[in-house]
Design a protein around this ligand. Structure first.
Ligand SMILES: Nc1ncnc2c1ncn2[C@@H]1O[C@H](COP(=O)(O)OP(=O)(O)O)[C@@H](O)[C@H]1O
Ligand SMILES: [Mg+2]
Length: 358
């Protein structure tokens, strides 16, 4: 299909609902479920009949790959191209054509309801570098205006724009832009490290939206979702690990500090999800969570940044500290003062030092 065909199809899409919402998945911690939740939410919203655009803001492009877009395919039609064309003002008008219209056969087959149109702007290995280069060429503030124009160009056609992002926020231009154009930030949390990660997200958002940075910018609302929780204690005890208990404590800590901003629906760890991630046509725990997220997004007017304080995050850190300590003591992570070249894990997960051969 030529770019022109896609462009025409995009323009024929029924208009998105009143007020398209931009949702970014974010956490400073890697591997905590951002991409899985991004895809789950995207597919859920499509099933509900909404038109959605998924932007893969992670140079690792996991979301694109899991949705069947190979790493090297569709050259010229990826997020990178948005940044390499940033100096070309005419590009905003023509960039509509670069996103891919996806046809989810399984979704169509498995549901009687009207399915929304799924569009994707795939990720690319160099997207971060291209974004950084564009920011240097035209300054971050002009790039933000350009990126916002691009996002606004999509808005009339979709009800939701979902942006998946890379971890490690500091200095990441794509993540910055995503947050600066977002209405909602969704932070998946899979344990105490990811719970601490949201403290970093909070400080970082305050910085990149502050008047002294690029001028005062609106801050997105924030919600937290607990994913990958193991709650089968018997199984956990058999495996002699305190980890699942710790993870459930994380839920209670977050809930006690941030109340309604924390989703009540938690997602259990499901072994099969480790293997098949696209979850096309499958009902998983993520479905119920997505229902709750949609409700929260639609009904919560209370903005997180007006309510939350540094004191809340201090309290959270205080509650998480015993877990960190417990985890340190539970696992023998003592590093002996020997010269070593690396660590070797055997199949039971025990870690041992590897000494440099004499
Ligand atoms: N509920 C779950 N049960 C088991 N594995 C999961 C679950 N949710 C996500 N995963 C797996 O955890 C890993 C990390 O998730 P991912 O969404 O890629 O995290 P991130 O995008 O934050 O790096 C992936 O291999 C994914 O398949
Ligand atoms: Mg990811």
């Amino acid at each position: 299909m030529s770019s022109h065909d896609v462009d025409t199809k995009m323009r024929k899409l029924p208009h998105g609902g009143k007020g398209c919402k931009v949702i970014t998945l974010s956490n400073n911690k890697g591997g905590c479920g951002k991409t899985t939740l991004a895809i789950a939410l995207y597919l859920f919203l499509l099933r509900m009949g909404y038109n959605c655009l998924l932007i893969d803001g992670d140079p690792q492009s996991n979301a694109s790959q899991r949705l069947g877009i190979p790493e090297t395919g569709y050259r010229g039609r990826r997020l990178s191209d948005l940044f390499t064309n940033a100096k070309n003002r005419k590009y905003v008008k023509s960039q509509m054509g670069i996103a891919r219209l996806l046809h989810f056969k399984y979704l169509f087959r498995m549901t009687e309801e009207k399915v929304g149109k799924g569009i994707i702007l795939p990720g690319e290995h160099f997207s971060g570098i291209h974004a950084k280069h564009a920011a240097e060429l035209m300054d971050q503030s002009t790039l933000l205006n350009y990126f916002r124009d691009c996002i606004n160009a999509y808005k009339p056609y979709v009800d939701f724009i979902i942006i998946d992002t890379a971890p490690a926020l500091e200095g990441n231009h794509i993540n910055e832009l995503a947050v600066q154009v977002s209405d909602i930030l969704l932070c998946p949390v899979d344990g105490y490290e990811a719970a601490s990660g949201i403290h970093t997200v909070w400080r970082w958002i305050k910085k990149i939206t502050s008047p002294t940075y690029l001028g005062s910018l609106p801050r997105p609302n924030m919600f937290f979702a607990l994913v990958k929780l193991q709650d089968d204690m018997a199984k956990a005890e058999a495996k002699e690990t305190a980890d699942p208990m710790i993870r459930n404590q994380v839920f209670h800590c977050l809930k006690s500090v941030f109340g309604d901003f924390v989703c009540d629906t938690t997602v259990k760890e499901q072994v099969e999800l480790k293997r098949i991630t696209p979850m096309l046509g499958r009902k998983t725990n993520y479905q119920d969570l997505c229902e709750e997220i949609l409700e929260k997004i639609s009904n919560t007017n209370k903005p997180f940044f007006r309510v939350a304080t540094d004191g809340n995050f201090d309290k959270l850190e205080e509650l998480l500290e015993p877990m960190r300590k417990g985890a340190r003591e539970g696992k023998d992570l003592t590093i002996h003062p020997v010269q070593f070249v690396g660590i070797k894990a055997d199949r039971s997960g025990d870690v041992s030092d590897v000494a440099v051969p004499a």
